[in-house]
Write a protein that binds this ligand. Structure first.
Ligand SMILES: Nc1ncnc2c1ncn2[C@@H]1O[C@H](COP(=O)(O)OP(=O)(O)OP(=O)(O)O)[C@@H](O)[C@H]1O
Ligand SMILES: [Mg+2]
Length: 353
């Protein structure tokens, strides 16, 4: 057995609109921010989760590491979207070793991909006895397409790093939530992360994974619709969306485009909540915790609160993380909603599951 010092690790969230890097140091059971940086990616560099221009992505990541003086090589990255499937399934009770042997065959029936094209992982959540008296267990099954893992790990390797963990956005969000917020008895929380090309919807029951779904809609849809309906360039549409004043923009028309895209996002959330309710025997959701860059769309929280009729709170991924004074606290507060996945990656350590 090799004993090694608890090594440093960097979390890298490769989103379609920007790369975020973070390093958190352990501090008496908590965490202190030691490095953070973010670099934008042009919209054509990663499209719908596919790396279209790996050369520029590698360059962007390398510059970001240099700017932040990050010398650590071990990196955690994460994947999301079409190439990832996460499901809670019930199986007959067996040991972890037995499940490890059979997981491939168990997984096969739940996935639309060839089993040889995916990596599978699992976690036994709990055991129970079904109405027929048979011992069963709930298992969290995670399946990721191998070619997607290769695509993203290659980027990181080319930037000179070692990808030691490949995580999944929804697990990262869950971990981020777990270190920052107390789980209330019996509470069911929906973590909703609205990014640029994707919205991750995750439901936690008593702090435990219950449901997740990634839908292909996010901030890009606002920008594209504003661009089209208001006849603006991409850059101006992006600025108008962020509330900056852009010449010739009719604020009434802008609000109406924004509201219509928000309505589409609400429909996807409602659909996901419906799936969860059907699968869980009509469990109710108590509140929504919102993150992702598009949670900063003006009035987004009120809109969701009204349309979904649930209390809503914007997540602060740094809520329990110590921020040393050398960081600009206004900047950190401003970008906090965009760091939800990155923080969840930054708290991963080499030998945790
Ligand atoms: N102040 C703001 N107002 C409105 N939208 C914003 C604001 N700041 C950022 N955004 C939008 O948030 C999105 C980026 O969010 P985030 O960083 O969470 O996405 P990502 O991780 O890059 O993308 P994805 O995970 O979908 O691939 C972009 O669409 C951006 O335009
Ligand atoms: Mg993202």
């Amino acid at each position: 057995m090799v004993f090694r010092k608890k090594s440093k690790i960097i979390g890298i969230d490769i989103g379609s609109s920007s790369i975020k890097v973070i390093q958190l140091s352990d501090n008496n059971g908590g965490y202190t921010l030691s490095r953070f940086g973010m670099a934008p990616l042009a919209p054509e560099m990663i499209v719908d989760g596919t790396i279209m221009d790996s050369v520029r992505c590698v360059e962007t990541l390398q510059n970001l590491l240099k700017d932040q003086s990050i010398s650590t090589k071990d990196a955690v990255i994460s994947l999301s979207g079409h190439s990832v499937i996460v499901k809670r399934v019930s199986l007959p009770q067996m040991t972890e070793d037995e499940l490890a042997e059979s997981i491939k065959w168990e997984a096969e029936q739940y996935i639309p991909f060839d089993i040889n094209d995916v990596n599978t992982d699992f976690q036994i959540l709990n055991t129970f006895v079904d109405p027929d008296g048979k011992p069963q267990m709930n298992v969290l099954l995670a399946v990721v397409k191998k070619d997607k893992i290769t695509e993203y790990t290659s980027l990181v390797i080319e930037a000179g790093l070692r990808p030691v963990i490949v995580d999944i956005d929804s697990f990262a969000l869950e971990n981020m939530y777990g270190i920052n917020y107390e789980v209330k008895e019996g509470e069911t929380v929906a973590l909703i992360n609205i990014g640029a090309s994707l919205t991750n919807i995750n439901i936690l029951q008593k702090g435990m994974f219950a449901f997740t779904r990634d839908v292909s809609i996010g901030g890009n849809k606002y920008t594209e619709s504003i661009q089209k309906d208001l006849g603006l360039s991409y850059e101006n549409a992006e600025r108008a969306k962020k509330g900056e004043s852009v010449e010739g923009v009719d604020s009434f028309a802008l609000d109406s485009v924004v509201e219509s895209v928000s309505g589409e996002i609400v429909n996807e959330i409602t659909r996901s909540f419906g799936y969860f309710k059907t699968a869980s025997g009509n469990e109710k959701i108590d509140k929504i915790m919102l993150s992702g860059g598009s949670s900063k769309i003006k009035g987004m929280d009120n809109f969701l609160q009204q349309r979904l009729d649930l209390p809503i709170e914007i997540v602060n991924p740094f809520r329990k993380i110590e921020i040393p004074p050398e960081f600009d606290s206004n900047y950190i507060r401003d970008i906090a909603p965009l760091t939800a996945v990155a923080v969840g990656l930054g708290i991963r350590r080499l030998n945790d599951k």
